[in-house]
Design a protein around this ligand. Structure first.
Ligand SMILES: Nc1nc2c(c(=O)[nH]1)N[C@H]1C(S)=C(S)[C@@H](COP(=O)(O)OP(=O)(O)OC[C@H]3O[C@@H](n4cnc5c(N)ncnc54)[C@H](O)[C@@H]3O)O[C@H]1N2
Ligand code: MOO
Length: 409
């Protein structure tokens, strides 16, 4: 097994080859889920003017300092300001101006008296409670001051970030785009779901599995579908697809078989590497760059579980690096193993598992067998249990490393 490349070395090789995609300004709604490629500094303050937080009357606080229910203060109402209206710019002492929530507080006014403390008068208003200076006024810059650092480069933009960017007037932000990932399944035995199946054929699950995983990772996935085990057909499909690909993922045809066309077609490309990685499932791997634009290509093994685990371990970090999303590799958590398990020596084993967290902690149970054709168990699993290469068995009750498959990171 000396010729197996350790998983960490392979990941390092991949990340050294892949570069982040060129960033450009994108409209806010296009930037959801993307990583910022700039530091965003507040271009304006928020609020950008002193404004009322209540519907009521703008007054000079001293004018109503003595107001009580028994001895209310009455002031003439000299006008009205709605949100988006700034016709009244100043207030004279001894008067009141009707004001709505969000409307600019006129110069000279030092408090807003809510309707509930008044008789809601139109020409004159009776106020029966005192107002403290500043009451119900949201001062300029109270929330965000012009020049504040709002978001740092690398932040993955969510709804609240986009809301804030819009609120300070940004229409676009510099982000790294979603990589276009082309997924090709190879295998003459493959058929499209929804079509008849012969006695010797199987449905192409992998192109759906991998395209969906790519989309879930934030990429734009193009599922090309099935290419037969013929060198010419594969080479043609690949070169046709290169124009729209930032990354190509193939499945099948990379082991020792007589019809392993992927390996056969690509191994003469100087920049492609084919070999074994110290991992189970997912030992046979291929990676490199092809074409004029040095497009990265992952050739994943055809067994469905091997394909998926390879995506999770190698393609996902590559997509995240292209998008500028840190960390590139899914972080491992810890869980207590409910059943013992065994593992081959010399390879990291990634066992499908189901984890659950309760007040006693996180527990994980292996699901199904080792076979990398067991797609039913894969669909049940919600994590991968990572057994180190040098470990051959782990008893129940031990703490193990797990990668939670559907968790955002
Ligand atoms: N003599 C050896 N044979 C194999 C070795 C080896 O070292 N020596 N390695 C085994 C391992 S491990 C794996 S993994 C597979 C990888 O094989 P390939 O990448 O060449 O894949 P195929 O032979 O094309 O297919 C393997 C298996 O997966 C099924 N498959 C393929 N594509 C799909 C698809 N799109 N959807 C669903 N299922 C798919 C295919 O029918 C085969 O059953 O090689 C072992 N052999
Ligand atoms: O590596 Mo294969 O992926 O063990 O089945």
């Amino acid at each position: 097994m000396a010729d197996l490349l350790p998983v960490a070395d392979y990941v390092e090789r991949i990340l050294a080859t892949i570069s982040p995609l060129q960033a450009f300004p994108q409209p806010l709604m296009e930037a959801l889920g993307l990583a910022l490629a700039e530091d965003v500094v507040a271009p304006i303050s928020l609020p950008s003017f002193d404004n009322s937080s209540m519907d009521g009357y703008a007054v000079v606080a001293e004018d109503v300092a003595s107001a009580t229910e028994d001895e209310p203060v009455t002031l003439p109402v000299v006008g009205e300001i709605g949100a988006g209206q700034s016709s009244i710019l100043a207030l004279s002492p001894g008067t009141a101006v009707k004001i709505m929530t969000g409307a600019p507080v006129p110069a000279g006014a030092t408090a807003v008296v809510p309707y509930e403390w008044t008789d809601r008068g139109v020409a004159r208003v009776r106020i029966d409670r005192p107002a403290a200076a500043g009451q119900h006024i949201r001062p300029t810059g109270d929330d965000i001051a012009e020049g504040d650092m709002l978001l740092e480069e690398g932040t993955v933009l969510g709804p609240r970030h986009l809301g804030m960017l819009a609120a300070v007037g940004r229409a676009t932000v510099r982000t790294r785009p979603r990589p276009r990932v082309v997924v090709i399944s190879t295998g003459s035995e493959l058929r499209d779901p929804g079509t008849p199946l012969g006695h010797d054929s199987i449905y192409d699950g992998n192109s759906y599995l991998l395209a969906a995983a790519a989309r879930a990772a934030g990429a734009i996935a193009y599922r090309v579908g099935i290419v037969p085990d013929e060198t010419h057909a594969f080479t043609e499909a690949l070169s046709d697809q290169l124009v729209r690909a930032d990354l190509v993922v193939t499945s099948g045809g990379v082991s020792e078989g007589d019809y392993d066309v992927v390996k056969e077609s690509l191994s003469h490309h100087g920049s492609m590497w084919f070999g074994g990685v110290g991992m189970q499932p997912g030992k046979p791997q291929g990676f490199g760059t092809i074409g004029e634009d040095d497009t990265p290509v992952f050739t994943l093994p055809g067994n469905p579980v091997s394909s998926y685990v390879s995506f999770e371990m190698f393609v996902l970090p590559a997509i995240r690096r292209m998008m500028g999303k840190l960390p590139y590799v899914r972080p491992a958590g810890r869980a207590r193993l409910t059943h013992g398990l065994s593992s081959p020596e010399g390879k990291v084993q990634l066992v499908r598992g189901v984890y659950e967290t309760d007040r006693g902690g996180t527990f994980v149970s292996p699901v199904g067998g080792h076979g990398s054709h067991l797609i039913g168990d894969l669909a049940t699993a919600n994590c991968l249990i990572e057994v180190p290469a040098e470990t051959i068995s782990i008893p129940a009750g031990e703490m193990v490393a797990i990668r939670k498959l559907d968790e955002e990171f």
